[in-house]
Design a protein around this ligand. Structure first.
Ligand code: GDP
Length: 304
């Protein structure tokens, strides 16, 4: 029920538009499908994924000729559920309590404002509650405020934070953090990184340097590269996913700020287009408002 509340705006937006698309129509004809296409695009599902969904619905309509326009909602639900299943495969519903790696190292990337600091704080708190020893590395050394903000979250979560002064080398902070985490038997390490999208090569070089240093301290680290995207930015989130996946190997996604936006369709489109598992979604600023992503629960919350 908390998830439904978090996705309320997306849900009402989608359904009021769907209702309008089928109003007064008895069969699923080209006109209804055109309107449905509009609905999906305006819900930020993205053009490619929208076209894919419409094509699948067209095939079903051609096959089962008597489909009623009022059934469109359940047909759409089924197609979206299938698409989410294809995108996530077997990698579903996993939180960060992995024991592999000793410690398990997560490098967190994303543009400034996407919610990296908040997500790291919420994760640290959840993991701490579950009895994990969490280390946080403040490798976004370009913003003094970001370091202080992260410290507040780390203190609240009972996590150990490793920091250096502003402007220091991010790779050096990552090195210190992993060294300390390893020496102290940490379970999970969360490394914050700078979110300046100066240019593709610059970003790539910076992230590569940090990754290489990590691998030298703990073989195989980072075990996960989590891209944090602000869901309320709609198409911008797609663009950021494109840039970061080109700059480094992203292995998981967290999509934040799904509360208070009608653009929750980004979760569907980004899953479909990037095939990177969504591990968490943010549905509020509170410490508990980070949820392990469950694709079935998500579809149920949208259509339930
Ligand atoms: P960073 O620059 O990527 O580290 O972003 P921050 O973690 O500082 O977050 C930017 C703003 O987004 C802050 O005001 C957060 O409280 C807010 N925020 C982060 N996640 C969520 C979320 O899931 N929902 C809402 N409503 N706000 C969020």
């Amino acid at each position: 029920e908390e998830l439904s509340a978090g996705l309320e705006k997306t849900k009402t937006g989608l359904f009021s538009k769907l209702a309008r698309a089928v109003a007064g129509r008895s069969t699923i004809d080209a006109g209804v499908l055109d309107d449905l296409e509009e609905v999906l695009i305006s819900s930020d599902v993205g053009v490619e994924t929208t076209v894919k969904i419409i094509r699948r619905i067209e095939e079903r309509v051609a096959r089962d000729k008597y489909m009623n326009a009022s059934e469109l909602q359940s047909i759409l639900r089924g197609e979206i559920a299938t698409l989410m299943e294809d995108a996530h495969g077997s990698s579903e519903n996993f939180g960060l309590d992995a024991t592999e790696g000793q410690p398990y190292v997560v490098m967190v990337v994303g543009v400034n404002g996407a919610g990296k600091t908040t997500t790291i704080g919420k994760l640290a708190a959840q993991l701490g509650k579950a009895g994990r020893k969490v280390w946080i590395g403040a490798a976004d050394t370009f913003r003094a405020a970001a370091i202080d903000q992260l410290q507040v979250w780390a203190d609240r979560a009972g996590a150990t934070m490793i920091r250096q002064q502003m402007g220091s080398d991010p790779a050096s902070v990552a090195f210190d953090t992993l060294t300390s985490a390893k020496a102290n038997g940490a379970d999970v390490v969360l490394i914050d990184t700078a979110g300046r999208l100066h240019n593709k090569v610059g970003l790539m070089n910076e992230l590569t340097k940090i990754r290489n240093v990590m691998g030298k301290v703990i073989p195989g680290a980072p075990h996960e590269v989590m891209l944090v995207l602000d869901g309320s930015t709609g198409q911008n989130a797609f663009e950021q996913a494109k840039q970061f996946t080109q700059a480094t190997q992203v292995t998981s996604l967290t999509i934040t700020k799904l509360d208070g936006t009608a653009k929750g369709g980004v979760v569907i489109g980004i899953s479909d287009q990037f095939h990177i598992p969504v591990r968490y979604i943010g549905i509020g600023e509170g410490i508990d408002q980070l949820r392990i992503f469950d694709r079935k629960e998500f579809v149920n919350a949208l259509f339930g």
